[in-house]
Design a protein around this ligand. Sequence first.
Ligand SMILES: *[C@@H]1O[C@H](CO)[C@@H](O)[C@H](O)[C@H]1NC(C)=O
Ligand SMILES: *[C@@H]1O[C@H](CO)[C@@H](O)[C@H](O)[C@H]1NC(C)=O
Ligand SMILES: *[C@@H]1O[C@H](CO)[C@@H](O)[C@H](O)[C@H]1NC(C)=O
Length: 366
Amino acid sequence: MKLSYNFFKSVLLAVMLANVVSAAPFTGSLKHTTTQNHSIRDLVVESFHPESSFETFGVEGIAHPLSARDEFDVKEATVSFIQSRLNVHPDTVSFRTSFENDVAHHAFVEQQVNGVPIANAVANVAFNKANQVVSFGSSFVNTTSVPSTTPSISLEDAISTAESQLSGKFNEHPATLKFVAKKDGSLALTHVVQIQNDETGAWFEAFVDAHSGELVQLTDFVAEASYLVLPITKETPTEGFEVLTNPQNIAASPAGWHSDGTTTTTVTAGNNVITFKGAQTNTTTESSPVLNFIYRQDPTQDPIVPVNVDAARTNAFYIVNTVHDISYIYGFTEAGFNFQNNNFGKGGAGNDRVTVSVQDAAGINN
Ligand SMILES: *[C@@H]1O[C@H](CO)[C@@H](O)[C@H](O)[C@H]1NC(C)=O
Ligand SMILES: *[C@@H]1O[C@H](CO)[C@@H](O)[C@H](O)[C@H]1NC(C)=O
Ligand SMILES: *[C@@H]1O[C@H](CO)[C@@H](O)[C@H](O)[C@H]1NC(C)=O
């Protein structure tokens, strides 16, 4: 990542927003692509997530092709909106699920080609109660080459490949056939199988190419830590919170974010930062083991209701640790007197982690 003025602006804004749970209307768009390498022994699988964009259209929203209808059908509205927005055939859109709350109707879809869904090309649409579109996120892809939808490698062979490469056993969860969009724009037809190892606790969703037999994509269900946060690349809450899995950089935080190498916690306190409200004993505890911090902020309630305090402590914990890890890579290390309790014998001075008091009683909404 390049450190730019915009980056710091977004960090500052995010830190401020950790204190003020804001629901300011936002109109704009954002795009990013990610790849993640999983290393299992000598095996490296590079999992690709296509460029995703997220746009919001203010509280009033924008019309979709079926807005004028009296009856709202979430499936038809979603498909017609995506078709017109992305200029794709309705057959490209495979409706998955939807849910409704007091303010909006949310729909989730997968892109499909020749009737086969693309596992990593998805989209979501939110409608307000006036039947207008208020947000749209998409990682749909333009595909350069589409393989045959008839596998040339059997499911049994794909399972044995996955079992041997991932040192586990197929767990009998029903296998599916899906495309995976690759970095070069091509699609791979894959057998999707779940592999578990009860002894090591490993649990993967493996995508084995049904034509080449290669393991092309991997989802690791057993993550060390997950946080529901506003990613540092986003500026405002309306751009969408995401669950980030293992966002820590081990080169910068060798013991992770919840340990100083000696003491390990299951709260928002670690070697680089502690986030709390009122007193340093009042941190946020994991929402579920192991180290999941999934607290969804509720902008319709006061900032000080517990779920919003938990969301704020979690977000501030993520932001400050991320700033620690990024600036470390750029030279703000122990020897440069960075902020850490334990400096692991690498110079500088310890016992100076950042203490973040969220929604401090001395003044809120500041
Ligand atoms: C993943 O590994 C490949 C091959 O070793 C390398 O080219 C690529 O840059 C790595 N990607 C990431 C995100 O680390
Ligand atoms: C695919 O390419 C066309 C033409 O360049 C573009 O209009 C469209 O938005 C692209 N679709 C996606 C999903 O990227
Ligand atoms: C501790 O945090 C909770 C929210 O989780 C908050 O309601 C409470 O006021 C805080 N305690 C103090 C002493 O500030």
